[in-house]
Design a protein around this ligand. Structure first.
Ligand code: SF4
Ligand code: SF4
Length: 277
């Protein structure tokens, strides 16, 4: 997992719309008002052209400006691009081939179920599972590396192993279990699971499937115990949405806890936790 930490890309928000309507989406109320010029300027600010730039933000694959953005990025010398996507558009193999021509080299795909009943109920988009899975098949056939992001929810917490097993056939480069940030539609215990309940499920899978690279994202390291090294604290800047409690002052990390999570579960889970020195 340390390898993953070392190769974290720079994330660039480019999308404004999504073709899913996930119950756990934290971008539902978020409006991306960036103009094309703003996005170009963000590329210009990135000094290291060799570093991986990950295009994300709602659903980048359906952005009307996608290919203009890719063309600009390529012209400026960014040739190590990746995309975070719900994977639905990747069911069109010609679309993937076109992305490859613009140096999209890998993908991060969100999957929240091992069948259409579970996945589509969480994306609130009928047919989304089938399209995403066809996308995974295309990526595998084209030998394009991808990772899978599994958002951990009340509704799928008991099926996480089923999802991992389902994915074996598709050979993802790695699998991340993502902390579901409470927000927008997902602001209660019906959707957001308690971290101390799901972390043992995740760590058990990390150790059971040693031949896969499995990790977690967004959980406070102090709750991960000895499995802290498998956790990436956060992929995006979110410090304005987190808060610190007493033990954080003695901790070597700086993540804090999401305020919206504390609104649901309070801070009891952290009572017997030790800060990481
Ligand atoms: S696919 Fe991503 S951006 Fe789209 S609704 Fe789901 S969580 Fe939100
Ligand atoms: S900063 Fe606070 S929440 Fe984050 S790992 Fe340290 S003690 Fe835990």
């Amino acid at each position: 997992m340390d390898i993953i930490k070392k190769i974290l890309p720079t994330f660039l928000y480019i999308g404004t719309e999504c073709n899913n309507n996930c119950i756990f989406c934290t971008e539902g109320g978020y409006r991306n008002d960036k103009s094309l010029k703003d996005i170009y300027k963000e590329f210009d600010k990135i000094k290291d052209k060799n570093s991986e730039i990950n295009l994300m933000g709602k659903e980048p694959s359906i952005s009307k400006d996608l290919f203009k953005i890719l063309e600009y990025a390529n012209q400026k010398g960014f040739t190590n691009l990746s995309m975070t996507s719900n994977g639905r558009m990747l069911s069109y193999i010609e679309f993937i081939r076109k992305l490859q021509c613009f140096n999209i080299r890998s993908f991060g795909i969100t999957l929240v179920g091992h069948n259409s009943k579970l996945h589509d109920s969480l994306t609130r988009a009928e047919g989304s599972f089938e399209q995403t899975v066809n996308g995974l098949k295309n990526l595998k056939d084209l030998k394009i590396p991808f990772l899978i992001n599994i958002v951990v929810l009340q509704q799928n917490k008991n099926y996480l192993e089923n999802i991992v097993q389902f994915l074996l056939d598709y050979r993802p480069r790695n699998i991340n279990f993502l902390f579901a940030i409470p927000g927008y539609d997902a602001m209660d215990k019906k959707t957001i699971p308690q971290m101390t309940e799901v972390i043992p499920i995740i760590t058990k899978l990390i150790h059971k499937y040693k031949n896969l690279i499995i990790g977690s994202v967004g959980f406070p390291n102090c709750l991960m115990g000895k499995d802290e090294t498998y956790n990436v604290q956060c992929l995006e800047a979110s410090y304005n949405r987190t808060t610190k409690i007493n033990i954080c002052n003695e901790c070597k990390y700086d993540c804090g806890i999401f305020k919206s999570y504390i609104d649901i579960y309070g801070t009891d889970e952290f009572e017997n936790v030790l800060p990481i020195k």
